[in-house]
Design a binder for this molecule. Structure first.
Ligand code: 3HC
Length: 311
């Protein structure tokens, strides 16, 4: 490292200021950011699949239009995040290869199927709600491009969460069949949404370093708890229950106690044995192959323009 570079970096982190792409940074800071930002971007892109499953089956033109807008937003979030990763010197082609080869992860939550229309509401309310709980602190992450990408992503996620809540509110206050569909959906997505925050702190490989580097501002368990405290009153407002018999307010802690998460299931999903892992990756690989002609055409066009510019 150049003379004084490490001290300057440490001073920026200690002061809660921003590291920018041209600044010197430790290799492991760069590496853990590429790891997290790439997997965040992969999550957004893969996350389009479960939601898109209902675009052709939405119950009204309004719901269809909102869902199309949401899926397009997720694609945009992915592209933002691949761009943030590129400021660290890694191109999206390489990151997508790592995803396709199963050498980089995406959020476990997207390996579950969307079996009913109510799932579109539940994904908005719980999955995007969990994503917001995790992403708001990332707006203050020490790496500038990542933190700035989060500001706009959080604004759009808030719309995603609101439209999901509204879908569930209509269903839960509709016919008995609609209420039952909403409740059945929440029953399926509650526990997987708690897994989105990562393993328990005691088993988190990266938390200590990420918190020291000002990347992770709150631990996995802290954000999971914050999420549970947020959704319990929201479930009441919806007139729906959460499938957790141990859920109860703990006055001493000032938080809701909740039941044990099935970490064996979480580990299986991360190993690739979740309900939809194979389907999600196969679809992603096919989409990538089907889009090759667009990439080649864009590169040919760019080369032609570059040649013309040289004349
Ligand atoms: N799904 C898949 N992998 C997970 C995971 C999950 N829910 N939770 C943890 N992991 C992986 C980690 O990536 C790490 O594996 P790796 O070394 O191969 O990367 C391992 O499990 C150990 O977990 P750690 O707690 O040590 O890892 P982190 O410190 O990275 O914490 C995290 C995990 C909280 C997810 C953190 O990476 C993070 O905040 N990432 C950014 C947020 C993100 O990725 N969100 C995706 C949500 S979905 C989404 O955004 C789409 C929205 O529009 C709906």
């Amino acid at each position: 490292a150049p003379e004084g570079a490490r001290e300057r970096f440490d001073a920026v982190i200690a002061a809660g200021e921003r590291v920018e792409p041209r600044d010197w940074m430790p290799d492991d800071y760069r590496a853990t950011l590429v790891r997290q930002i790439a997997q965040h971007a992969h999550s957004e892109i893969i996350g389009m699949q479960p939601e898109a499953n209902w675009i052709t089956r939405a119950p009204s033109l309004k719901r269809k239009a909102v869902l199309i807008a949401k899926v397009q937003d997720e694609a945009g979030h992915g592209l933002y995040l691949y761009s943030a990763a590129e400021t660290l010197g890694v191109g999206r082609a390489e990151l997508l290869d790592l995803l396709h080869e199963g050498r980089q992860k995406y959020s476990s939550i997207f390996n579950y199927p969307t079996l009913s229309w109510a799932d579109v509401g539940t994904i908005g309310w719980l999955v995007d709600g969990a994503a917001i709980t995790n992403q708001v602190p990332l707006c203050r992450c020490s790496y500038g491009p990542y933190a700035r990408a989060m500001v706009r992503i959080c604004k759009e996620e808030s719309f995603h969460q609101r439209q999901g809540f509204e879908i569930l509110h209509v269903l839960a206050h509709g016919t008995p069949e609609q209420h039952a569909m909403a409740q059945e959906s929440v029953n399926r997505w509650y526990w997987p949404s708690l897994m989105m925050f990562g393993p328990p702190d005691a088993e988190s490989a990266h938390s200590e370093q990420s918190m020291a580097y000002g990347i992770k501002r709150f631990s996995n368990d802290e954000l999971r708890q914050r999420f549970v405290d947020m959704i319990v009153p929201q479930a009441d407002a919806l007139g729906l229950t959460l499938p957790d018999p141990e859920l109860r307010w703990n006055d001493e802690r000032g938080h809701y106690d909740f039941g044990p998460v099935d970490w064996a299931e979480f580990k299986q999903v991360l190993k690739g044995n979740g309900p939809c892992n194979r389907q999600r990756l196969a679809h992603r690989r096919e989409a990538h192959a089907a889009g090759a002609w667009v990439r080649e055409a864009a590169q040919a066009h760019a080369a032609k323009r570059a040649r013309r510019a040289e004349r």
